[in-house]
Design a protein around this ligand. Structure first.
Ligand SMILES: NC(=O)c1ccc[n+]([C@@H]2O[C@H](COP(=O)([O-])OP(=O)(O)OC[C@H]3O[C@@H](n4cnc5c(N)ncnc54)[C@H](O)[C@@H]3O)[C@@H](O)[C@H]2O)c1
Length: 314
């Protein structure tokens, strides 16, 4: 019987996606290239389940059931024979993804959705060789996939609106907050906004207006504090659009509108100051521990998710 969620690619993203599928009560199959990789993927998925449970996002009973529902495999054909939904989370390479999609398209009945977790490729291109591209779409989970609620469901040029909407209903049942993106453009939805923010943040540092640390503090301790409950468009309605218009007219002429990455960022990369791995980027990482920062970030996300869930019940 076709009752399984099949996640192909059990790396960083696939293991988190698999954990969420299993926690929602789905028979889940994590698929990767060999036994060693799927075993590592399952271990990571179990860690995701444990973290959520220790922090009160799932019950111990849900966790135990998820561990039993989560199985692994290395044979795509065998996994496909049980698939109700397939989510691909393999390496970000167009040709490899196209090949996998065309294979899945030939193995699966046309009502089984085939989704890609691609961050940068067009689903229209990934599904180019499919006979049934209407059942393909991007489901872009945000990192860490087991904690951040957002999933962008992006329609390709041929995606069926009904199938995309069905996937949105499915993901809501996984405790996710999916959004529908109706066109297949670079950056999908959220990354278009995030990249504009990064462009301005880099430009502020480059111009000497403020330090990198102060830019991050302004975002983390300012606007980000209200974002879980209050996005920029709700903010505009709250302050009144007349005021919003005036502020845009006075601030926009002075902020960065470059059509490519700024020269300051390019210069840092050329100097080898590429961030954590190099020990220096905007911050001096020789004196900081990224793992501590990741742990703090994840605690914050989990607490924010709990508060959001509580507020939804009010
Ligand atoms: N890492 C992120 O922040 C992030 C965020 C959102 C989306 N994504 C996207 O998610 C996808 C996966 O990213 P990741 O960071 O988990 O990568 P990863 O390298 O951690 O995992 C990819 C896994 O896919 C497996 N794989 C490769 N080819 C395969 C095949 N033909 N069949 C089965 N398994 C195969 C690899 O062995 C590996 O385990 C990419 O498309 C990426 O762009 C990544």
């Amino acid at each position: 019987m076709r009752s399984s969620v099949v996640v192909i690619g059990s790396g960083m993203m696939g293991s988190g996606i698999g954990a969420m599928a299993a926690l929602a009560g789905n028979q889940t199959i994590l698929v990767d290239l060999d036994q060693e990789k799927v075993k590592a993927g399952r271990d990571r998925a179990f860690q995701c389940i444990a973290l959520r449970t220790e922090n009160g996002l799932n019950t111990p009973e849900e966790a135990e059931r998820a561990r039993q529902l989560l199985t692994t495999g290395t044979d795509i054909e065998e996994a496909a024979s049980k698939a109700r939904i397939v989510i691909e989370a393999i390496t970000e390479d167009l040709q490899i993804k196209q090949h996998l999609f065309s294979r899945l398209d030939s193995l699966l009945p046309s009502d089984v959705p085939i989704c890609s977790n691609t961050s940068g490729l067009r689903i229209t291109d990934i599904a180019e060789k499919c006979v049934h591209p209407e059942r393909t779409m991007t489901t872009h989970f945000w990192l860490p996939a087991h904690l951040v609620p957002l999933v962008e469901v992006v329609m390709g040029d041929s995606t069926s609106l009904e199938m995309a909407q069905n996937m949105i209903c499915e993901l809501k049942g996984w405790k996710k907050s999916p959004v529908l993106v109706r066109r297949d453009l670079p950056g999908q939805l959220a990354n278009r906004i995030f990249q504009a923010m990064i462009r301005e943040a880099v430009s502020i540092v480059a111009s000497g207006l403020a330090s990198a640390e102060d830019v991050d503090t302004a975002i983390s301790c300012g606007m980000a504090m209200r974002f879980p409950e209050w996005g920029p468009l709700k903010h505009l309605d709250a302050i009144g659009l007349e005021l919003g218009l005036k502020v845009q007219d006075s601030v926009l002429p002075g902020i960065c509108a470059e059509k490519e990455a700024g020269s300051y960022l390019r210069q840092l990369v050329e100097q080898g100051e590429t961030g954590v791995a190099a020990g220096k980027g905007f911050y001096d990482w020789s004196k900081r521990d990224i793992h501590k920062d990741i742990a703090k970030r994840d605690v914050f996300i989990m607490e924010a998710v709990k508060v959001t869930q509580r507020l939804e019940q009010c």
